[in-house]
Design a protein around this ligand. Structure first.
Ligand code: GDP
Ligand code: IMO
Ligand code: MG
Length: 439
């Protein structure tokens, strides 16, 4: 089937370079849509040497003709969103409401949610290592049918009533369980109402553009920009060390209301090695000087929290699983430049696992009933590369071999290759993957 739009997701535990790839592909797109997560995401772009980290605004915003959309599956901190809009405006970008559409039905992260997130991480029994932005508690209220939506910020009476509806329980938790100060409904309502006034021109019920106006939908190229990564999906990820939204491509269906999943190319962004921020098992994690070298060379610090990212080799069982649950068609691989001059490199081809009856198993693909803490990764060693390209501008043979091995292990093409932080540091290896999407 000819692919008319594209869903781009992280294929690992986030921070694969989705922002950079989204920015690059968006020059071909009419719309760029965020559909889940919130400002826990940090998507880094370097355009003409200038660094921008986007948390809520879609990474296609820098292209004049691309409309940026924030769908109703995204949880919104109004203060953060406004700050991001103001900063982009100050940098000279067109941030007029025709350029950015925000769903009036997007759930709002309030101080209640943010403080509960922080309190649970500090004092709760199980530490997930969240970003502390209030993401989990906000999605909890969506499921509990108590969510405050952006459109509610426009009516102080509705807003106050909805805040009261969550205040009793949440203030009891904050005070009695976590020993924190309560949140004042009146002050919270006042602050949120003020942000509602600032943001109101951006609220647009764009659903009609995608559902009713089918001709337009059919002729538009849409890039759905995932946040986090498949292994952090609430349902399919390495639970409980996950985020609270659906990061698999299917999430685009719920978070943006799309009705053309089948006709979307599903592109997984993949780092040439693996990183993880926060808690949770990580079979190929490196605890030696190689891990430190990759962390330092790759500048592996969280774009949202500044935390050091844990680093390890590429993990085929996890990636095969990501392909399976994410219906991935192809990959974009980033950061191969970081792996230059490391000496020999490794990939984990499978796991060994000893079950409770003491029998040994070879595991080629992760499944989410498997206890990742108990697996033993088995590695294949491959020759490392000294540079990404040789003097003729061709991929060095060792890097080419690495890509060939990964492609044959995963049975998916690597279509794009990230070779540096800049927008231009990208090689198109297999343009045919994109068909008419890149024309
Ligand atoms: P995202 O959350 O998936 O958008 O990724 P982040 O922005 O959190 O982290 C990716 C980091 O790697 C950022 O600092 C990017 O500037 C950087 N990056 C992306 N692609 C490449 C690449 O191909 N090479 C190098 N060296 N850095 C890259
Ligand atoms: P981008 O879009 C990497 C991780 C947190 C924590 C877990 C739950 O930049 O790839 P949360 O605050 O979401 O409740 O935290 O998920 N996490 C990310 N890790 N990249 C991200 O986003 C992440 N967003 C959340 O570190 O382990
Ligand atoms: Mg990130």
């Amino acid at each position: 089937m000819e692919k008319t739009s594209l869903i781009l997701v992280g294929a690992q535990w986030g921070d694969e370079g989705k922002g950079k790839i989204t920015d690059w592909l968006s020059s071909h797109m009419d719309y760029c849509v965020r559909y889940q997560g919130g400002h826990n995401a940090g998507h880094t772009l370097y355009i003409d040497g200038k660094k921008t980290v986007l948390h809520l605004i879609p990474s296609g915003i820098f292209h004049a003709k691309t409309i940026a959309i924030i769908g109703s599956g995204v949880v919104i901190s109004p203060s953060h969103l406004w700050k991001e809009i103001e900063e982009l405006k100050a940098s000279g970008l067109n941030m007029n409401p025709e350029k950015l559409w925000i769903s009036p039905n997007a759930p709002v992260i309030t101080s209640f949610h943010q403080q509960l997130d922080v309190a649970r991480e500090a004092k709760g029994d199980v530490k997930i290592g969240t970003t502390g932005k209030g993401i989990g508690p906000t999605y909890e209220d969506v499921a509990a049918r108590k969510s405050i939506h952006l459109k509610d910020l426009l009516d102080i009476h509705v807003l106050t009533a909805k805040l009261k509806n969550i205040a009793t329980e949440k203030n009891a938790l904050l005070q009695l369980v976590y020993g924190m100060n309560p949140v004042s409904v009146e002050e919270e309502a006042k602050t949120l109402f003020e942000y509602g006034q600032k943001l109101k021109n951006y609220l647009k019920n764009f659903q009609n553009e995608f559902f009713n106006d089918s001709e337009k939908n059919k002729n538009s190229k849409i890039l759905y920009e995932g946040a986090q990564g498949i292994l952090l999906d609430l349902k399919f990820g390495t639970y409980p060390y996950v985020t609270s939204s659906h990061t698999v491509p299917m999430g685009a269906h719920f978070g943006a209301g799309i009705n053309h999943y089948e006709s979307c190319l599903k592109l997984g962004v993949l780092k040439a090695y693996t990183t993880r921020v926060g808690e949770g098992p990580f079979p190929t994690e490196l605890f030696d000087s190689m891990g430190e070298t990759i962390q330092t060379k790759g500048k592996e610090f969280g774009a949202t929290t500044g935390r050091k990212r844990r680093c390890g080799w590429l993990d085929m069982p996890l990636l095969r699983y990501a392909i399976q649950v994410g219906h991935l068609d192809a990959f974009a691989m980033t950061k191969v430049d970081v792996m230059a001059e490391l000496g020999d490199v490794k990939i984990c081809t499978h796991y060994e696992y000893t079950d409770e009856t003491n029998s040994h198993k070879k595991i080629s693909i992760y499944s989410n009933d498997l206890d990742l803490k108990k697996v033993r990764p088995v590695f294949q060693t491959l020759p490392g590369w000294d540079a990404v390209v040789d003097q003729k501008g061709q991929l060095t043979k060792e890097l080419k071999h690495y890509l060939d091995v990964v492609e044959s292990e995963l049975k998916r093409p690597i279509s794009l290759l990230g070779t540096g932080v800049g927008r231009e540091d990208l090689m198109i290896l297999k343009p045919q993957v994109f068909g008419s999407l890149m024309s």
